[in-house]
Design a protein around this ligand. Sequence first.
Ligand SMILES: Cc1ncc(COP(=O)(O)O)c(/C=C/C(=O)C(=O)O)c1O
Length: 373
Amino acid sequence: RYTGLIERYRDRLPVHDDTRIISLGEGNTPLIRLNNVPRHIGRDVELYVKFEGLNPTGSFKDRGMTMAVTKAVEEGSEAIICASTGNTSASAAAYAARAGITAFVVIPDGKIAMGKLAQAMMHGSVVIQIEGNFDDGMRLVKQVAESAPVTLVNSVNPFRLQGQKTAAFEIVEELGRAPDYHCLPVGNAGNITAHWIGYCELSASSGEHVTEACTFCKGHCRFAGGGVAGQRPKMVGYQASGSAPFLRGAMVDHPETVATAIRIGHPQSWDVAWKVQKESGGWFDECTDDEILAAQKLLAEKEGVFCEPASAASVAGALRDIQAGRIPEGSSVVCTLTGHGLKDPDAAIAQAGSAPLKVAAELDAVTRAILDN
Ligand SMILES: Cc1ncc(COP(=O)(O)O)c(/C=C/C(=O)C(=O)O)c1O
């Protein structure tokens, strides 16, 4: 029986035998091979999506939160706090409820997808909406956590990255090797960093650190050793054009994008993410909101996969790079879909195109609707 990622990867995570594990069965998400989309763009690539929207609270945050909350409880903490564009707050609220501790979540006023707000509220967290954006919230919670008795669980908490690195473990176990390219949407850049740490741990030929991106002292990491040195993906991060500090080479003070999850102008993992790009030979690129929404629709219509807008940036960017030949044909590519489409139904309906057909509740009306379409 699968009982969550800490149990599955105990020997590679900073937990003790007697650590009380806080879990909702996170991880072990589907790696779905796309068939129709490569045909649609006329390119021969081995293209997969890692559907992290199928975690317990509907986003990849659960991987980091099971670790961060488990360690917070182990340290005797009775409350956690985070700033969030939505998914971190949903996940923090759920894992705090699971652990029986309090969650304080700070979210931007108005710019949060309804599904995420519903989760934070339903799980009983204290929801604090500030008249500002995520970056304002991030600044405030870091200050609060310095004095108040709360544990900060944003991705500046290294236990978050330790949990999130396990997605790379699952991918390598399933493919039998690392993909040539791994594409992700980038906001704070914690997730792209965590994946790189995971790939480095697996592929280290010695037992030593092979990346400066690691956020832990040597004592915590369990570099497997015996890996195929150098067998690591190029890490490619995509941002929304209106919120793309990695493309501007500077912080963005007023980020704007329909992909509200990545509406982040001051990435917390700025320095380390640049190391990931350099070490992996990858790159950052940007996608317009239109490209993001088009990719979200393409995935849903052609492959039956419904992700939230921010997640679709990984596919929007990858498809553009594949068509441009920057990602060559024959490559193996994994795109991480970071959140489920149900998180943000308003965005989906707004651009779903054809409105529902309205017909009388009678057999001939429905039959006609079918025959006409
Ligand atoms: C769906 C989705 N896709 C991509 C990202 C970017 O990941 P990072 O680059 O590790 O920040 C987020 C991040 C959300 C928050 O930061 C939050 O919830 O506060 C997300 O929810």
